[in-house]
Ligand binder design. Structure first.
Ligand code: ADP
Ligand code: MG
Ligand code: ZN
Length: 625
């Protein structure tokens, strides 16, 4: 490396000498014609003062003074260092002379240099600048090649920092597991990119923009890449948040550049990730008015309107906040097609797990279907993370394969954050948590139709002091009124158990209570499940999507109805509370048993929980704990 640098410097040094030589040659050449012998500035001024000058001419741009002495026929030249100074030094004498010698005045003509001599005088400077520019170019090129190639960055501001599909491995639809509907909708785009002629011949209009909407980690970026991969088209991607770090005007110019590049390499895909970062409802930004983001957004709209349909460029954007997008973006001819990328269902989860388990060695006791069943609400990214965590755990333990226990450990890690075994909790806290979680678990267990308890733990994780996880046997599309009422009972289980056992309550149940209240309110206002109020939706159900405002629900009912709603919600909650209370009192023995078990062992899994409920758990085993 060091040697390399020296060699490079060695080849640059002679180049540096070139301008120096050139300048000295040129100035020597020019001076030799303008000066015969060494004259100082004062010599020249003296000649004026002593009335030796017959005529002269001063070039105002080059400062070259051409003069002729009275007793000479030849013209001489002198380069004046400062024209204004010279003017001051000489002017009075010239005026004075002209007054007294009105018959033969000195030619007093400061000449505003002809373009020719002006250019000539600039010549050395220009050559110098030119040579330096060439040198700079050569040197930066070399630096770019050596240094920049390492970090793959461009120095240019206005250029879009585009990530093209890395030549290496191509993403295809096969890499996107599940998501069959999404893939189906996008396959049309793929077809178009592959064979735009066919569509043009038929006069079919292909959307310019597709908006992928879905929570983070559900595979939006992956899908966009897969479209490019399937169509074998270049994938130019930029993230909305990239624009935010830019100087004024740069965002807009990057957008311009991005579209220009795409058009050049059409058919191509432009992918704008996190479009909400720039595409936010205008005027809603901080500071309001014409900020940078707004300019960028405007440029984006201009570009999208500017390219003709079927030009072979398709813009795919992704967001998880379609509600805050500027409505202008969603107008026809822009992102007029939306594809919702949702959480994977159980089948999708199995497929995703299969994709990410491909290059991992799993022990025979690992069943991907079981994992899928216990990971409702996991995104593709969560599942990938889960398998990766499990692999890391196995590696740390020095195992040859990932076993079921690492999978379980990793699942919980992904769900509730990192385990905090070190956090010391007092015995009293532990007791309260144990009864709280036992309350949830017992209520869940003794309510028919609730999912079986999968795990109960009082080891604090993340924000939660403990947790009770139940394991759904299948994904539910609809939930019945009875099921929701039972859900509220299990949510209240923690609070009720605290009240029964300690005759006191804690703040630990605040999240439970919040969720229970929300569920009860939704039952009344959203699902029309109240007998008294009937099947009416109160407040507009949807969250005012596309108005771009976060106003929540709009109230469209009277004060009186509002009171009735509150009444209904309260009645649902208090009925559930009473049911929970009698349930836990009835099974107080099991509640105590489970709480004691938790205090001792901190955790119980589904199988042992069932045994404990049946009274078949061999508790002697756990006494050592
Ligand atoms: P998003 O852009 O929606 O936030 P990404 O596309 O970045 O999500 O997904 C993150 C990672 O999650 C992907 O790189 C991939 O490993 C995994 N992933 C997400 N969805 C899927 C899927 N359907 N099939 C396979 N892997 C997926
Ligand atoms: Mg993404
Ligand atoms: Zn709770």
């Amino acid at each position: 490396m060091n040697n390399d640098k020296k060699r490079r410097l060695g080849s640059v040094l002679p180049l540096l000498l070139v301008p120096v030589l050139l300048i000295s040659i040129i100035t020597f050449f020019m001076n030799s014609s303008s000066k015969e012998k060494e004259l100082t500035y004062y010599d020249v001024v003296e000649m004026f003062r002593n009335d030796k000058i017959d005529s002269y001419e001063l070039n105002l741009s080059s400062g070259v003074l051409t003069y002729q002495l009275r007793d000479e026929k030849v013209q001489r030249k002198y380069s004046v260092p400062s024209i204004s100074l010279f003017y001051e030094d000489v002017h009075d004498y010239v005026v004075e002379y002209n007054k007294t010698h009105a018959d033969t005045p000195v030619q007093y003509n400061y000449k505003a240099g002809s373009s020719n001599s002006w250019l000539l005088s600039l010549l050395p400077t220009m050559i110098c600048i030119g040579v330096l520019a060439v040198l700079m170019f050569v040197m930066t090129r070399r630096m770019n090649q050596s240094i920049m190639s390492e970090s793959n960055r461009t120095m240019s501001f206005g250029k879009a920092r585009v990530r093209k599909n890395e030549g290496g491995k191509k993403v295809t639809f096969a890499d996107v597991a599940g998501a069959d509907e999404e893939k189906e909708e996008l396959s049309e785009i793929v077809e178009f990119l592959k064979d735009s002629e066919k569509y043009n011949a038929l006069g079919a209009r292909i959307p310019k923009g597709v908006l992928l909407v879905g929570p983070p980690g559900t595979g939006k970026t992956l899908l966009a890449k897969a479209v490019a991969g399937e169509a074998n088209a270049p994938f130019l991607s930029i993230s909305g948040s990239d624009f935010l770090e830019m100087y004024v005007g740069v965002g807009a110019s990057r957008v311009r550049d991005l579209f220009a590049q795409a058009k050049k390499s059409a058919p191509a895909i432009i992918f704008i990730d996190e479009i909400d970062a720039v595409g936010r409802h205008r005027g809603a930004g901080m500071g309001g008015g014409h900020d940078e983001r707004e300019q960028t957004l405007n440029q984006m709209l201009v570009e999208m309107d500017g390219f003709v349909e079927n030009e072979g460029v398709i813009v795919i954007a992704a967001t998880n906040r379609p509600d805050i997008l500027d409505p202008a973006l969603l107008r026809p001819g822009r992102f007029d097609r939306q594809i919702t990328v949702g959480y994977p269902d159980i089948k999708g989860r199995v497929e995703i797990l299969k994709v990410h388990a491909r290059n991992k060695s799993l022990a025979p006791d690992v069943n991907l279907e079981d994992i899928a069943r216990s990971t409702v609400g996991f995104t593709g990214a969560d599942l990938e993370n889960l398998l990766n965590e499990a692999a890391l755990l196995s590696a740390r333990k020095g195992l040859k394969a990932i076993t079921k226990s690492e999978i379980e450990e990793a699942t919980i890690k992904v769900v509730v954050g990192t385990e905090k075994k070190s956090h010391k909790i007092s015995d009293k806290e532990k007791r309260i948590t144990a009864y709280h979680e036992a309350g949830h678990a017992i209520a869940t267990h003794f309510l028919e139709g609730q999912d079986p308890v999968h795990q109960v733990s009082i080891v604090p994780r993340g924000m939660a002091g403990g947790y009770t996880m139940s394991l759904p046997l299948e994904d539910k599309l609809y939930r019945s009124k009875k099921y929701m009422e039972d859900d509220i009972v299990t949510l209240l289980g923690g609070r009720v158990a605290e009240k029964i056992v300690f005759d006191d309550i804690t703040t630990g149940a605040s999240n439970d209570i919040e969720r229970a209240s929300e569920m009860a309110r939704n039952m009344v206002t959203k699902y029309g499940m109240s007998d008294n109020l009937g099947p009416i939706t109160f407040g507009s159900g949807h969250n005012e999507v596309f108005l771009g405002k976060d106003y929540g629900t709009v109230r469209n009912y009277s004060e009186e109805i509002a009171k009735d709603i509150d009444e209904e919600v309260r009645s649902i909650i208090s009925t559930a509370y009473q049911r929970c209370e009698s349930l836990l009192k009835e099974h107080r023995d099991k509640l105590d048993e489970l709480a004691e078990y938790l205090i001792k062992n901190e955790k119980i899994d589904g199988v042992d929980f069932e045994k404990l409920m049946n009274g078949t758990l061999d508790k002697g085993v756990d006494d050592h704990a």
